[in-house]
Design a protein around this ligand. Structure first.
Ligand code: ATP
Ligand code: MG
Length: 568
């Protein structure tokens, strides 16, 4: 490819919309452009990289024995209504109507579509096991689209679904997918780990996420030296004992002027946060739920969402709090709450004579006791895990790290096949329910994660296994006849040797070209200048670390082909 005949619109400045390195670099290196919030178009270089990731994913899926299909993006509402997800997806689902006023969704995921296909066409035990997949666009109206294609509202997912006739079969189909995923992310040059995950709105029991290690990742992961690793949403926090001695004392309302935060109460009253009940009000679908936590603990919102069995979820507004509790923000408490759901964390049960809000401006209660002064509908684990919490596997202290979720594998069991009546006839002719698994990879997010793990202050540093070009040929001065002829010749010879080359034939200053090449992140740069050429030499610079070696011009093709992993 000649630069002068390409469409690679690089940007000098950091676009103001981007903060994450991969997002900044995808815009600056001319891979993507934004069309709307959370929606992007792929420019030629981006599309080339996108297709490379897509091919790796496809090859490994086919190698694992999965069959590729392609589904329509628009999914009739009836399918989602069958499983109740037409309602449960809530505002995350993009919806539309055709001219006959029939409802459709732009598919956020396709369990129902695949299950429908299989129940209609595969009915005998002989038809199974089978794993089907597609690579296609998904639509989710995310609350916070951000970080470019990392969290888009339109993105491409490889989604696969396995159908088995036994639990054992499911485990085997699942294991094949896990192995394929490991190969995919390894081939993409990613440093990743597998962590136990929450199953979210998809449902099911066993579920693991593939996490790319990145400080900027949105996911928090608890890890232990024994090998345990779990998404913090899934990490179990046990009930902690209360430190107070003695029996319950009488409830007492006290004045707490200006003390609307835990810190101000600790300071003003000298009571430790571990002896307070914190009451957090959330809107869960169309109801208000009060979550009770110990004052020194944080709520994990996913645990809260699951406990409330809600889909739409978010902190209640000041008005909603006033309406639901009768008191202002900062003074909510569990005593006397009426007409709303109350769910408490496990550790709240052990509190004795705790401080809590009185649902009245500037007032709190001393000596609040669970069971006597309030009764939540349930005590469940709602707490956000912290570094140092005990590992559920070995009891040692866990550490926290951050990651980007690039893939998710679930053993669904029969959650979908039960409600959708996806059944088969066994060897005895008896009708039985199919057992399913589902497996997703975000193609765009995987590509962005590669950049997140492979970049420096100058730009992208593509790994050789996954790069837009193996090498760039950069003549320092295209007007110099010898330089130009050598560049043209090396370009032809490298292409003939199977090396994917970009010839920077632009009539620009050397520094300008170098800056662009560093931004684009091409693994090898071959620099041709008049001085070196007079001695029969050119330079090869590795993008990683910008290490330069001088090579004889008649040896450069073989050397570059070798470094690019091409045979000579
Ligand atoms: P997250 O917790 O990040 O929202 P999820 O649990 O909703 O992800 P799944 O439903 O398991 O994701 O989807 C499978 C894969 O699709 C994810 O592992 C991720 O790689 C990708 N993915 C999900 N949502 C998005 C998005 N908004 N933008 C880009 N990729 C996404
Ligand atoms: Mg999501």
């Amino acid at each position: 490819m000649r630069f002068t005949q390409s469409f690679i619109p690089t940007l000098k400045e950091t676009p103001s919309e981007a903060t994450l390195p991969s997002h900044i670099l995808m815009l600056r290196a001319g891979l993507i452009r934004k069309t709307a919030s959370g929606m992007y178009l792929w420019l030629p270089l981006g599309l080339k990289m996108f297709k490379k990731v897509e091919s790796i994913v496809r090859e490994e899926m086919l190698a694992a024995g999965a069959h590729e299909i392609s589904c329509s993006i628009a999914v009739p509402a009836e399918l989602f209504q069958e499983t109740g997800r037409w309602e449960r997806f809530g505002e995350e689902m993009f919806r539309l109507q055709d001219r006959h006023k029939r409802d459709f969704a732009l598919g956020p995921t396709h369990e129902e579509v695949f299950t429908d296909l299989v129940r209609n066409h595969l009915t005998s035990w002989r038809d199974f096991p089978i794993t089907l997949f597609q690579i296609g666009r998904k639509y989710r109206d995310e609350i916070r689209p951000r970080f470019g294609v990392m969290r888009g509202r339109e993105f491409t997912m490889k989604d696969a679904y396995s159908f088995d006739t036994s639990e054992d079969g499911l485990r085997q189909s699942y294991a094949k997918m896990v192995e394929a995923y490991k190969r995919i992310f390894t081939r993409c040059g990613l440093d990743f780990t597998m962590v136990a995950a929450d199953s979210g709105t998809i449902g099911g029991d066993v579920s693991f996420e593939f996490m790319v290690k990145a400080a900027s990742g949105e996911a928090e992961i608890a890890t232990c030296e024994c090998g345990y690793a779990a998404n913090i949403e899934r990490f179990p926090c046990h009930a902690l004992e209360a430190s107070a001695a003695g029996g319950p004392e009488p409830l007492e309302k006290i004045s707490t002027p200006k003390m609307s935060t835990i810190e101000s109460l600790v300071e003003g009253l000298g009571i430790p946060a571990s002896r307070m009940v914190k009451t957090l009000l959330y809107r869960a679908d169309d109801k208000i739920v009060a979550f009770l936590m110990r004052g020194d603990h944080e709520l994990n919102e996913t645990k809260g969402l699951n406990a409330a069995k809600a889909t739409g979820f978010g902190p209640a507004s000041a008005e909603e709090i006033q309406k639901a509790t009768g008191g202002p923000v900062g003074f909510s408490g569990p005593v006397g709450l009426k007409g709303l759901r109350v769910i408490a964390d496990l550790s709240v049960k052990n509190l004795v004579n705790a401080l809590s809000g009185a649902n009245e401006s500037e007032m709190h209660y001393r000596n609040t006791n669970p069971g006597r002064d309030f009764e939540p509908e349930a005590y469940v684990d709602l707490r956000q895990g912290k570094a140092g919490d005990p590992c559920p596997q070995c009891g040692k202290a866990v550490s926290l790290m951050r990651g980007i979720e690039v893939g998710h594998v679930f053993q669904l069991g029969t959650v979908y096949s039960d409600v959708m009546q996806a059944r088969f006839l066994d060897k005895e002719g008896k009708s039985q329910t199919l057992i399913m698994g589902c497996y997703g990879i975000g193609v765009d997010r995987t590509l962005a994660s590669v950049i997140e793990q492979h970049h420096d202050e100058k730009g992208i540093v593509w790994p050789m296994e996954l790069c837009p070009f193996h090498a760039a040929v950069v003549p320092l001065n295209v007007k110099d006849k010898a330089v130009n002829e050598t560049a043209e010749r090396l370009y032809r010879e490298l292409e003939a040797a199977g090396v994917d080359v970009l010839l920077d034939d632009r009539d620009e200053r050397a520094g300008f070209k170098f800056t662009d090449m560093e931004l684009l992140g091409i693994p090898l740069r071959i620099t041709i200048g008049p001085k070196g050429l007079a001695k029969g030499e050119v330079e090869i610079t590795e993008r990683k670390g910008l290490v330069t070696t001088v090579v004889r011009v008649d040896e450069v093709v073989a050397e570059v082909a070798r470094r690019a992993g091409r045979r000579q």
